[in-house]
Design a protein around this ligand. Sequence first.
Ligand code: ZN
Length: 259
Amino acid sequence: MELDEALRKAADLIVNASSVVAFTGAGISVESGIPDFRSSGGLWSKYDPEVYCNYSVFKQKPELFWKMAVDMQSTMAEAQPNPAHYALAELESMGYLKHVITQNVDNLHQRAGSNKVRELHGNGSTASCMVCRSKVPISEAMDQLNSGKSVPVCSRCGGVLRMDAILFGEPLQSSVMEGSLRLAMFAEVMLVIGTSLVVSPANSLVQLCKSNQGTIVICDPSPANSHLAHVMLRGNAGEVLPRLVQACKALRTKGKAQM
Ligand code: ZN
């Protein structure tokens, strides 16, 4: 199927579905300048995540995680939402997109204007005290690290601060996971963007949607998961999703003209 035809088909599905959810992964933020940590040369090839991002290691030696965080700070701080994030926010404001479920912790969906975002892996733009749970912007933790501390601490109680992103070996928040499973189960259309679908249990969301008669639209430059897709939008999300929004608008205008 040519991209134009696939876009028209996807737009038709989205405009006519009662429930559409988007499911996003690292690929959607690559165009924002955040490299996929799993890719070769990515962050995980420099810092073994089973050590530097492991929850039980963090509880013993939080300085390891924060050492890595300092290294990735400049990349994260400079990242801006890209046209793909804005396109999803626009689909939400047009009333077509019910929710974004994301594996990303970069906060870019919210910054682009999406209001309904479920973050499976938490959010790296804030940090919380391990003792009293008070929350601060991540910049506050980074300021402490940049001024020479190896572990940032809570200004209220002196407890160790942690980034609000879920670490390896740490359970996902059950309320977020359950809500996401419910969305996937009842979605008529799931728009899957920039995820390799290798991380469990997030990948089960796509299977769950599909086995409940949901239609899967995948937007990805790689054909790796095209066997799971009813409609495949091959290309970079930053180029393809704005065109999908235009295709939805065209259908809406056509629908009104016929009334
Ligand atoms: Zn505290």
